[in-house]
Ligand binder design. Structure first.
Ligand code: HEM
Length: 415
């Protein structure tokens, strides 16, 4: 029977114990399949790497602007749908426009986050890593059983500290921002849009503060651009909302997933510690094998089209103009068509390219920063506590959008 949005082949549940299992089930039905998201909203899911890259490349066929989403424009998507702010962000942002408008919003951010500029942040990152690791050790020493939550003590504050430094945000504001951003990634509550708009308001006030009292940060630099290059106020606010969100949450998930993976694979840890495999490989293999983003980044068909437009194996799948399509990064990372029969195995010796940071015009602007933070942090953690052990349950974050955990309890054993 032909695949059709009215007959989803799978239902994604935010409380699912294993999103990889969900991904494998979706992939069984082909590279482009209809799926039901939490709250009963249906979308096409791309489950194969080749199809994913074809879709991400073609902004003419698949646009980012939610104005193309027919169900949304008809009013069929409830205003309190928990994933609304992720699938259809409010305002004109780098993530929901294409073409010249997108290039205009992307250019100043891309210039601020080039690999060379990011490399210059190494001392800031290294000193924050050391401070947080010392705090982590102290917390473990002070706890009755020597166990400490790696997420709240390290994996969250590190990326938040780095992106906060870049955007001139005071450390005292981090907890409030953390509270608001975490509401975006909980599919079991319906206040995603509220949190999004509160964050816009917070950033608007933050931009006003920096207008009066500029600092050595990215926002002050963007405010000081010549008038012809400067972004309109609302675009600047929404862009910074995206950078702040993208700049901390995803790197948190990467750190959690890498520590989990390596502590479960001691032979691979030994290869890294012996210098036989570079630490960069741990970052890349975690990105592929346990992608921080799960089912994310919606596009909308700009016209009626056939699945063959993205992959020969999807020929005959009819996508209607205005249908939403999301990319299952978690499925793409273990696609046997791209990575072979051992796609499901974690192996730091692979050192292979992957699509975890996206592809095409919207490729992740923060990839050099995420890679640097993760490499510095992971190398230091395992040098200090090679036997770091995960203790007890590791509950999944209650969302299908990202592949993360609410906490990660670890026991630290010094080298
Ligand atoms: C491990 C960490 C990260 C992962 C897995 C990740 C993943 C991604 C992916 C998959 C995309 C493509 C979205 C799409 O095509 O629709 C993207 C875009 C983006 N990322 Fe990241 N990201 C990470 C870290 C960062 C950091 C640290 C920053 C900021 C400093 C950042 C800023 C952005 C921005 C602004 C975009 C939008 C680019 C555009 O639409 O042109 N990301 N990211």
């Amino acid at each position: 029977m032909a695949l059709n949005l009215s007959r989803p082949v799978h239902h994604l549940d935010p409380l699912s114990p294993d999103l990889h299992e969900d991904a494998a089930r979706m992939r069984e039905h082909g590279p482009l399949v209809p799926v039901e998201l939490p709250g009963g909203v249906v979308m096409w899911a791309v489950t194969g790497d080749e199809a994913g890259r074809a879709l991400l490349k073609d902004t003419g066929l698949f646009a980012k602007s939610p104005s193309y989403w027919k169900a949304l424009q008809r009013g069929d998507i409830p205003a309190d749908w928990p994933l609304l702010s992720i699938a259809a962000p409010a305002g004109e942002a780098i993530t929901n426009v294409d073409g010249p408008e997108h290039r205009k919003l992307r250019r100043p951010l891309a210039q601020a986050l080039t690999a060379r500029r990011v490399e210059a942040l190494t001392p800031v990152i290294t000193s924050l890593v050391e401070r947080l690791l010392t705090d982590l050790e102290r917390a473990a020493d002070e706890s009755a059983d020597g166990v400490v939550d790696f997420r709240s003590r390290f994996a969250w504050p590190l990326p938040m500290g780095v992106i906060g430094h870049l955007l001139g945000v005071d450390e005292a504001d981090h907890p409030e921002l953390g509270r608001l951003y975490s509401a975006l990634f909980d599919d079991t509550v319906g206040d995603g849009r509220d949190a999004e708009l509160s964050l816009h308001a917070w950033l608007d006030a933050h931009v006003s503060r920096l207008e009066k009292d500029p600092g050595d940060d990215l926002i002050s630099a963007m405010l000081a651009l010549p008038e012809e290059d400067r972004l309109p106020r609302q675009d600047l606010v929404v862009s910074m909302y995206v950078v702040l969100a993208a700049g901390h949450e995803t790197t948190t998930h990467l750190l959690l997933n890498a520590v989990r993976a390596l502590s479960a694979h001691p032979a691979q840890r030994d290869l890294l510690l012996a210098g036989e495999v570079p630490w960069e490989n741990l970052v890349e293999e975690t990105m592929r094998w346990d992608s921080p983003t799960a089912n994310f980044f919606t596009r909308f068909a700009t016209r009626d089209l056939d699945g063959a437009d993205v992959h020969p194996a999807a020929a005959g799948v009819r996508i209607a103009e205005g249908d939403p399509v999301f990319v299952s990064y978690i499925a793409m990372g273990r696609d046997p068509e791209r990575y072979g029969p051992t796609a499901g195995e974690f192996d730091v010796r692979r050192g292979e390219a992957h699509t975890g940071f996206g592809y095409g015009a919207h490729f992740c602007i923060g990839a050099p920063l995420a890679r640097l933070e993760a490499r510095v942090a992971l190398e230091r953690i395992f040098a200090r506590w090679p036997e770091v052990a995960v203790v007890g349950d590791v509950p999944r974050a209650p969302t299908v959008a990202v592949n993360s955990h609410t906490h990660l309890n670890v026991r630290l054993t010094p080298a």
